[in-house]
Design a binder for this molecule. Sequence first.
Ligand code: AP5
Length: 219
Amino acid sequence: MNPRIVIMGPQGAGKGTQSERLAEAYDVEHVTTGGILRANKDLETEHGTPGEYMDRGELVPDEVMAAIVEEALGSRDGYVLDGYPRNRAQAEYLDEIADPHLVLLIEVSEEVSIERLSGRRECRDCGATYHVDFDPPAESGVCDVCGGELFRREDDEPEAIRRRLEIYYDETEPVVAHYREETDIPVKSVDGEQPPDDVFDDIESMVESTVPQPSASED
Ligand code: AP5
């Protein structure tokens, strides 16, 4: 069975990094709301453009997000959903339209979030992510994968990082309690302060022990 996973955690926990790996390992779609929004930053909606909210570190309005996530999940039978839900209204909407097997929570301290976001660099052409100290490219400022230019995201500036973390602790962390206390969906926590390979090993064991495996007749 293709896993349906919601991945959560504070900014810089490694959600994007681990979601990429998971999606590849299980051959399912990595649905990243941040990625979809970055590709549509200048799209005019009745609430303004997504970019206006993102660059300040604010959440894009729930109505815009609902349409995006419904279309992105469609009728997929497997996915890694990264970046949604981020508040109670979004969690309740997701409860209506999707049925995840598992919520994975990557835990890191606030200090680690700030350290990772401050050093993150992204490729302008292919979106690959690096860190100036923890995962540097071979040549400074140049993407190893495609040779594109690396840049610092607008919302990785100090003021926007502070605002994003504030929103995480106020609005997104309570969503974890919603899953734990008000649904039957298992929530598994992983220590995100380990090296990326170790984080992935832990995540893989959690998926294997939680998501129903295909029976012999389905092989
Ligand atoms: P989004 O793109 O989802 O950003 P985020 O949630 O703020 O998460 P990040 O991408 O910052 O962190 P990450 O956990 O993915 O870390 P990463 O793997 O890159 O959202 C951006 C914006 O879009 C939001 O602020 C909002 O405006 C809007 N938005 C999105 N979804 C929305 C929604 N549902 N509702 C409303 N608005 C929404 O890793 C970070 C760095 O650490 C990298 O440099 C990486 O190389 C490094 N790293 C990763 N793992 C490790 C490790 N184990 N050890 C050392 N370094 C590591």
